[in-house]
Design a protein around this ligand. Sequence first.
Ligand code: ZN
Ligand code: ZN
Length: 352
Amino acid sequence: MHELTINLHMHTTYSDGSGTHADLGRAALKTGVDVLLVTDHNILVQGANEYYRDGKKRVLVLACEEIHDQDRDPQKNHLLVFGVDRELAPLADNPQSLIDAVRAAGGICFIAHPVDPAMPAFGETDISWVNWDVTGFTGIELWNGFSELKSVAKGKWDAVAYAYFPEFIPHGPLPETLRLWDELIAKGQRVVAVGGSDAHAQHKSLGPLHKIIFPYEYHFSTINTHTLAPTPLTGDLIRDRKMVFDALASGHCFIGYDLPAPTRGFHFSAQSRDSTAIMGDEITPAGAVTLQAKLPSAAEIRLVKNGKVVKTAHSETLVHITDEPGAYRIEAYKRYLGKLRGWIFSNPVYVK
Ligand SMILES: [Zn+2]
Ligand SMILES: [Zn+2]
């Protein structure tokens, strides 16, 4: 398997972002990212799928979409839609119909910022997902860089300080979002977790201060979704696009906060006497199964089964042998800027 680093969920001048697709592509070339999934609000931008190159480095930019019902009051239910060629935004008033249409069109979709608190100091309202009776979505955006700012900044000046020192913001997925995810997967539902940046790179003024809030390049070095794909990018757009969406759909991915230390190279797998599985997969072992996590550098590793920590290690590896069924996933934490911060969140291996 080959690791592809994907940064997903960002906005351009087609919605409320400040950069063009080309600006984003050029910013990504300065980082470790291979693929950008651009998700403007309620518009599928045509003609923007393109490779950007600098020497041997190549970044694939794919235009996708973030859809919500703009007439709904209050605003809720944002859905990230990938791999669909036609405009589905007119279906936004019924989240289930929208999800069904995504699937019928061969696409995948993720509930964006499932828990998204209000930030009254900047006029931002709570835009959480509320229609939890829906079925058929691929997964959720477990960690969203922008929602997290809204939960850590307690007021206007706090938010200004974070704008100058954004690397102090990330701590990990919101506990409520983690709990929601664990509840869904403990029920046996397959729900793929991805990390999103929600990058806007907005220009803001507060008195004499003028600043681009969280430039694209910052976001592309921060919360990424690392997928395991059969090959590196080939340069064939149709093939690469399919490979990226297949890897996300299967849950062969983990979320990495790449500022404290590179997360590239993380692995989580399960072996039994007659079969093996990687994160996102099911395994039906005859007898015991060995779960194994390997990290690119030492960290506090937690093995979580159906929402409960069952083993911890301070190491580069964690091994656990069990015959108990459940959804097993890995969380890893590193000390960075004076705090223990979330570093790696894997998708589960489902032991049947
Ligand atoms: Zn949104
Ligand atoms: Zn967004």
